[in-house]
Design a protein around this ligand. Structure first.
Ligand code: GLA
Length: 748
């Protein structure tokens, strides 16, 4: 799959002297996709191609090393022009390429330029794990040796004594390439790495739309699409988390690309902290795309012999539209990123007390909810915020992870036993990265909060962030969590993170390493999550960050599900879940039915619609089941039965987006189709009802054209082809109403 060959390209230097370049071409092919690069004799590592599979040709002509734009000197190859116009694999700052670089340093002499040249390469079977010294775990996709191959390009900067390894893993059966970079200080002086991104792709065109997932609290990952224009267009986070505001995902798609046609290049960073993703349209109407850790306020001291590893970018290519790009991501993440015992299992239907009670609960109230819920078929009770320290509101006790006895009367083991006796599992909320000023932990260890000594500390939600770069802090928090887990039968943890970082300084890091805190914080979080999931492998970990502020592949490595958004309104969720589905599978989207009027937007939607929308994910309830209208309560067993029936299809099947609220705000529709095309679930949700329109014909998607399908609800039998070309008439009555159809392949 990985090949390289050597060719000689003649050219004339700017002095007119004839010369020749020896070029080594490196090419990765998996049958449907090709990625190619070349190292010139001088060692410049240049990008040739990324896209649909190519023929078996010599690709060196693409580099056109002997052709330069017209200059009075004729065949000029002045380094300045050359560096600023040619496509590079990992551009460095300060040597004449004025586009966005991947790497920049500050050496011992105070110089910032670097110049990496190709030295050697190696091919590894499979995919080596990423490592950063001092931390137990670095999230990344994983695969068997038979699934993929890795090309490692070894580059060196001789003046700065740095060795950089660029890793490219190509998957054999899907159009995925992952990229990351590692730098090693092989010299005798300290070097600061002031920027080290994970990927760069220099495309030969600027004819792309850029798709990003943006938003805010309660409206995360709303899709935005705009054509590229000259200059730089980027999304990023400087908040210490991947963020509500921008997700570390970008797709560059051809202008006319839709769900089924056109090209799509997806980029998703396996990282949960500060990131940047940028497309730059250059003077020559080409596009440089870069992605990695945000260089803003980043600096890493590399002492002799030390290494720095970047996170990886998952790059997905689709020649058949945006839908195929999404399904490639879904399969990759379900099979090669998400881990643990719950990875391929149906998750328990849960009831969470947050919107039911907020902080106002006690043991009796929780047992009453659990009792009623268990009778209706709910399988797990999750006790949310407020069970610890003396927490009655969000102004105290984070860090004091021992039970609030006067609220949880009889203690936690008692409550868990009572819930277990009802035949339900028990789950618990933690916010392990935080400390309240009003807490025993903060009173004892004020130095454990992230802070800059001498400056006032910003509070957000009346809390501070713990310094997870400090192993002592991690050990302490973990010992508290362990005490709970070792005394009560807790089978699920909702790991929350409710504020962003400010005054980013650490009392435990050396002053020369202070700017490493942003990244060390994230690595520290990963470290603790890794210990938790290793020591308690049965635990179902759900990630959360004020809703979905850390919905990223880094978190998916530890938690097979993430709370998608605090906004549980079924209609708002359509856009949120659509955007999320661009790269994240439904199997990981936390989705609950909540009470109406909805707490976030005040909207009232039918109970059935709330259920149909929450089926696209891990299913549960977020309401006081003892107080909701009787009709809603009566509907719960049916909804749960629907979840049990269709979740295997949703969790393991292929998702096809049919409606697109961004283009047509009237309705949304989607399908989940079994991998073998034997069955499918179609869902339609109307937004506002409009008078006097005939029923809409909605075209199905993803079916086998040759198969016949019976529609369970009507008994009608139609071929996949007809269902996809004409579609089915769908009519529903009333605002926010929904309809599901089950299609089963039948023998004629
Ligand atoms: C965050 C979460 C909510 C809930 C609260 C508790 O906002 O997203 O689901 O757990 O915290 O304080």
């Amino acid at each position: 799959m990985i090949r390289n060959y050597e060719t000689v390209i003649p050219y004339k230097t700017w002095t007119g002297v004839e010369a020749e370049d020896k070029v080594r071409v490196f090419r990765m092919d998996n049958g449907s996709m090709t990625y190619a690069m070349a190292a010139s004799e001088e060692g410049f590592l240049m990008h040739i191609y990324y896209g649909k599979a190519l023929g078996d040709d010599d690709l060196t002509y693409v580099l056109k090393l002997n052709e330069a734009p017209f200059t009075p000197k004729g065949f000029a190859r002045e380094k300045g022009t050359f560096m600023d116009s040619k496509p590079f694999e990992f551009p460095c700052y300060g040597i004449g390429d004025y586009r966005e670089p991947c790497m920049m340093i500050l050496d011992d002499e105070g110089m910032s330029a670097c110049d990496l040249r190709f030295k050697s390469f190696r091919v590894e079977e499979g995919k080596p794990a990423l490592k950063q010294k001092g931390y137990t775990c670095f999230p990344a996709t994983f695969a068997e040796a038979s699934d993929c191959e890795t090309l490692v390009m070894v580059m060196e900067d001789d003046a700065a004594n740095l060795l950089v390894e660029l890793s490219y893993t190509m998957f054999k059966n899907s159009n995925v390439i992952t990229r990351s970079a590692k730098v090693w200080n092989k010299g005798y002086s300290d070097v600061r790495i002031s920027r080290m991104l994970s990927t760069c792709v220099d495309f030969d065109t600027d004819q792309f739309d850029m798709i990003t997932l943006n938003g805010s609290w309660a409206r995360e990952r709303v899709m935005e699409r705009a054509p590229l224009h000259h200059g730089k267009q980027s999304v990023d986070s400087m908040r210490g988390e991947s963020s509500h505001q921008n997700n570390p995902f970008v797709a560059l798609v051809s202008h006319k690309a839709d769900e089924t046609t056109g090209e799509a290049y997806g980029f998703n960073l396996v990282y949960s902290g500060n990131f940047m993703a940028q497309a730059e349209v250059t003077q020559h109407k080409k596009t440089r795309f870069v992605m990695g850790i945000n260089p803003m306020d980043f600096s890493w001291l590399l002492r002799p012999e030390e290494e720095f590893q970047t996170p990886e970018v998952v790059m997905v290519y689709s020649a058949n539209g945006i839908g195929e790009m999404s399904r490639t991501y879904h399969d990759l993440y379900r099979n090669h990123l998400i881990r643990g015992q719950w990875k391929d299992k149906k998750r328990p239907v849960l009831i969470n007390n947050w919107e039911a009670t907020y902080f106002n609960f006690d043991t009796d109230k929780i047992i009453a909810i659990a009792k009623q819920a268990s009778e209706l078929g709910v399988e797990m009770l999750v006790l949310d915020d407020g069970w610890f320290g003396h927490r009655d509101f969000d102004n105290s006790s984070l860090g004091d992870w021992y039970v609030y006895e006067s609220k949880v009367k009889g203690g936690l083991p008692h409550l868990v036993e009572e819930v277990n006796k009802l035949g339900m599992k028990f789950g618990l909320w933690f916010e392990p990265e935080m400390v309240s000023p009003d807490s025993d932990l903060y009173r004892e260890h004020p130095e454990w909060a992230i802070q800059i000594i001498g400056r006032s500390m910003t509070q957000s939600r009346e809390q501070y962030v713990l310094d997870y770069s400090n192993p002592e802090v991690r050990d302490y928090v973990y010992s508290m969590i362990r005490k709970i887990l070792d005394t009560a039968n807790v089978e699920y943890i909702k790991w929350d993170m409710n504020r962003q970082l400010t005054e980013v300084g650490s009392t435990s890091l050396h002053r020369k390493r202070q700017r490493e805190l942003w990244h060390r914080y994230v690595l520290g979080v990963y470290d603790l999550m890794n210990r938790l999931t290793t020591d308690y492998p049965y635990l179902l970990l759900e990630n959360c960050s004020g809703g979905g502020a850390r919905f990223d592949p880094g978190m998916l490595y530890f938690s097979p599900q993430i709370w998608t958004s605090d906004d549980t309104d079924a209609i708002e969720r359509l856009k949120i879940q659509y955007g999320t589905s661009l790269c994240y599978p439904a199997s990981c989207m936390g989705a609950h039915v909540s009470d109406c009027p909805n707490h976030t937007v005040g909207r009232t939607t039918p109970f059935a619609t709330r259920g149909d929308v929450a089926l696209v994910g891990t299913f549960g309830y977020e309401l006081d089941v003892t107080k909701i209208p009787q009709a809603d309560r009566d509907a719960i067993p049916g909804q749960i039965a629907k979840f049990h029936r269709f979740n295997p299809l949703v969790r393991t099947g292929d998702q096809y987006r049919i409606g697109n609220l961004f283009e047509n705000p009237d309705y949304d529709a989607w399908m989940f189709v079994a991998k073998d095309k034997s069955e499918a679930l179609f869902t339609f949700v109307q937004v506002l009802a409009k008078p006097n329109y005939p029923s809409k014909f909605i075209k199905m998607a993803g079916l086998c054209a040759e198969k016949k399908y019976q529609i369970e609800e009507t008994g009608q039998i139609l071929s996949g082809r007809t269902l996809m070309e004409i579609g089915l008439p769908i009519s529903v009555h009333g605002d926010f109403t929904s309809k599901t159809l089950y299609l089963k392949a039948v023998e004629e």
